[in-house]
Ligand binder design. Sequence first.
Ligand SMILES: [Zn+2]
Length: 268
Amino acid sequence: MSARPSKRLVGVLGLAALISACSTSPLGRNQLAFYSDDELAQMGQQSFAQYEQELQTVGGARASYVQCVADAITAQVPASQGIDKWEVKLFQDDTANAFALPGGYIGVNTGLLDVATNQDQLAAVIGHEVGHVLAHHANERVSTQAATQTGLSVLQTAAGLGGAGGDQLMGLLGAGAQYGVILPFSRKQESEADLVGLDLMADAGFDPNASITLWQNMSANSQGEPPAWMSTHPSNAQRMEGLHNRLEEAEPRYEEARANGIRPNCKA
Ligand SMILES: [Zn+2]
């Protein structure tokens, strides 16, 4: 992810992507990608604006805390992703939910702070959500949808959100829970976001072991009706195993970051 391919290689890959409308995910899957990064960023920006219109944003110490964790995570995003600045907002909502959108937008609900109880656990969630963005899952989902009939409404509303189509687009981007449009990411996408997120949090100096605790907290919190965040992020033994396996790589990265003085100290 941090490797910098030569310009020539980028050119060849770009051409190949154009011809096949396909790209490759962090786990080497072929992905549909009908849209440019700019188009996705525009969709992300519009979705975020709609979210801001309908939910109250929260300021003060809690918002600064979320900003602090998000800043540490996004500082590790390679420049090649083309996102200069990330916008971070804390929303007043009891649901334990968070999302990140193409173009660099991060939303965290106040309810998540009751479940992710320290900076490392919050970093696990934000890292995971940013992982979806870095793995271009939104492009894959919107493109897949566009390949079907219902994709028409998505395309029509891409220029301006509103109505059922706009809600559906938000769902595809990963921010639809607020609107009752929960479109779960696939298991493969979740695994990719987990792995990218774990590397991100470790490089940012957050203890990657907190990701395991976070998932346990989420499970304990979901007695009865599971919160939206759980529904869109199915937890299972396979996923925990994937995280455990990746910890072997993430722990040395964490140690290295700490040794290099990367020690975030975000106060709840
Ligand atoms: Zn996810």
